[in-house]
Design a protein around this ligand. Structure first.
Ligand code: H79
Length: 435
C-alpha cells in the first residue's frame, strides 16, 4: 500500500521537528548598501546602478566555519542560506548565469563553502531560492508592485517569454540538487497574486525535486492555495503544497493546524533586528531573553524557530548578533532537553510561563518570578518528581494542605517546603522537569 502524502510528510519532517531551532542566513550584494535585502525594490535601483555592488563584491572575511561554530554554539541544529535572493545574484557557480559570486572579485562558490562548513559541524543544511528574480530579463517587471522596475515602461515584458525564466529557475534548482550533495531543506520564497502554483510549473518542479532528493524538506511557498489540490492547511494537501508552513515575523497564536484540527509542521522565521539582509544602522536587536522565550513558545505550539542573521559585506555576522546567539546558546546548552524532540503538551498554557513536553516528561518554563510555590494546575497526583533542568537538582512537589481549596492542583517549591523563600535560582528563565 502506498503512503499518503501526509504519511510521507511525517517521515520527511521527523528530524526537522526534533531539531526545532535553525539559523537563517540572508547574504548577498545587498550587504553593501546595507539597507536590507529589498533595497533594490524600495529605492527602484536599476540593473546598471546595482551593478556597482557586483563589481566590488569581495567578502574577504567570509569564514563559513566560524558561522557554523556560531550556529552550533547557539544550539541551532540546521541552517538555511540564500543561494539566490530576489535581486537574482547567485551565491553559487551556476552554469546558467554570469550573475554569480564566482564571477566577482571574490571568485568563490559561497554556497559550496557554506555547505561544507556546516556539514562538518554536524548541522543539517538548506538553501533558500527566490522564485522572484529582479535581474532576469524574462521576469515580469512593469506593473508588478514587487519589482523595482514596476514604473518603467522599458521593462514591459512579453508574457510569452516568461517560460524562459521558468526554464532558468527550474534549471538552477536542478543544479543545486545535483551538484551540491545531500540537501536537507529547500526554502522557496515567495508566491503572490497570480504568481503561484502552476504559474511556477510547480507540479513539474516538484517531480524534479522529489526524484533528485526525495527526503528533502520543503516550505509551502510555491503556494498551492486555490490551485489543483489543497494547500498545506487542508487534510488532503496537493503534491506541491510543501512540508511545513512558514509564518514570517509572527508566531501563530495557536500553532498551525489543518482543517481537521491536526497539527501540521511549521517554522516561524524571525529576524534578530528589523532586517533580513545586513542593515548597518539597524540596531533594533532583540534581547537574548526574548529569543529564548520565543523559541520556547514555538516548541510549546509544535513549531520550529528559524532565526535570521544578515552577514555584512566583508562576510561577518554582525557582532551584536553573535553576542545574542552566544547568550542563547548558554541557556540552550543547559536546557536543550526541553527543546529538542519536544512539542506541545495537552495542558493549557500555565499562567506563569509555558509547558513543553517529550513523552512522559513535562517541562515547566517559568517566565515569572514566584512569591510562593509554583502551581501545577490540574496536575494533582500526576507528578512523581521535579528536577531543575539546568543542574539536575531536586525540587519538592507537594499537594497543598488545603485540598478543598485546590482539589486538582499540585505545587512545587524551589526550596524545602518548610523554608518560606522561593527565589528563582537563575537570572534566565528556569526550566523544571516534571515526571
Ligand atoms: O527573504 C525574506 C524577505 O525578503 C522575504 N521573505 C523573508 C524570508 C519577504 N519580504 N517580504 N515579503 C517576503 C512579503 C512581501 C511584502 C511586500 Fe512589500 C509588501 C512586498 C511589497 C509590499 C515589504 C514592503 C516589501 C516591500 C514593501
Amino acid at each position: 500500500m502506498g503512503q499518503t502524502y501526509i504519511e510521507q510528510r511525517t517521515e520527511r519532517t521527523e528530524w526537522f521537528l526534533k531539531d526545532r531551532f535553525g539559523m537563517f542566513i540572508h547574504w548577498g550584494l545587498y550587504a553593501i548598501p546595507a539597507r536590507g535585502e529589498w533595497v533594490r525594490n524600495s529605492e527602484r535601483i536599476s540593473n546598471e546602478d546595482y551593478q556597482v555592488y557586483f563589481d566590488e563584491f569581495n567578502p574577504v572575511r567570509y569564514d563559513p566555519k566560524a558561522w557554523a561554530k556560531t550556529a552550533k554554539a547557539a544550539g541551532m541544529k540546521y541552517a538555511v542560506l540564500t543561494a539566490k535572493h530576489h535581486d537574482g545574484f547567485c551565491l553559487f557557480d551556476s552554469k546558467l548565469t554570469d550573475y554569480k559570486s564566482t564571477n566577482t572579485k571574490s571568485g568563490r562558490d559561497l554556497v559550496r563553502e557554506f555547505l561544507d562548513a556546516f556539514r562538518e559541524e554536524g548541522l543539517k543544511v538548506g538553501l533558500y531560492y527566490s522564485l522572484i528574480d529582479w535581474h532576469h530579463p524574462d521576469y515580469p517587471a512593469y506593473g508588478d508592485e514587487h519589482h523595482p522596475m514596476r514604473d518603467n515602461e522599458a521593462y514591459k515584458r512579453d508574457p510569452s517569454t516568461f517560460g524562459r525564466y521558468l526554464d532558468y529557475m527550474h534549471g538552477q534548482i536542478r543544479e543545486l540538487l545535483t551538484d551540491y550533495g545531500k540537501l536537507d531543506i529547500m526554502w522557496f520564497d515567495f508566491s503572490y497574486g497570480e504568481m503561484k502554483g502552476e504559474t511556477w510549473r510547480a507540479t513539474e518542479l516538484m517531480e524534479t525535486i522529489r526524484s533528485l532528493q526525495p527526503h528533502i524538506v520543503l516550505d509551502n511557498r510555491l503556494d498551492a492555495s486555490g490551485g489543483n489540490g489543497g494547500s498545506i492547511h487542508t487534510s488532503n494537501p496537493s503534491f506541491y503544497s510543501g512540508d511545513f508552513a512558514s509564518p514570517e515575523q509572527i508566531i501563530p497564536p495557536s500553532g498551525v493546524t489543518d482543517n481537521e484540527g491536526r497539527s501540521i509542521p511549521w517554522e516561524a522565521c524571525v529576524t534578530l533586528n528589523n532586517n533580513w539582509g545586513y542593515g548597518s544602522t539597524d540596531k533594533t536587536y532583540k534581547k537574548a531573553g526574548t529569543i529564548i522565550r520565543k523559541l520556547v513558545e514555538c516548541v510549546s505550539k509544535n513549531g520550529n524557530l528559524l532565526l535570521n542573521v544578515g552577514p555584512d559585506a566583508k562576510g561577518e555576522i554582525p557582532l551584536e548578533s553573535v553576542r545574542i546567539l552566544e547568550e542563547v546558546g548558554e541557556w540552550v546548552l543547559r536546557n536543550g532537553d526541553s527543546i529538542y524532540g519536544c512539542g506541545q503538551s495537552e495542558l493549557p498554557k500555565p499562567e506563569w510561563g509555558r509547558y513543553t513536553r517529550k513523552g512522559n516528561k513535562l517541562y515547566a518554563h517559568i517566565f515569572e518570578e514566584s512569591i510562593g510555590p509554583v502551581n501545577l494546575a490540574g496536575l494533582a497526583g500526576r507528578v512523581k518528581q521535579a528536577r531543575l533542568l539546568s543542574d539536575g537538582s531536586e525540587l519538592f512537589v507537594s499537594r497543598p494542605w488545603n485540598t478543598e481549596m485546590y482539589p486538582n492542583d499540585a505545587f512545587f517549591n524551589f526550596a524545602r517546603p518548610e523554608v518560606l523563600t522561593y527565589p528563582l535560582p537563575d537570572e534566565r528563565d528556569t526550566v523544571v522537569e516534571l515526571i
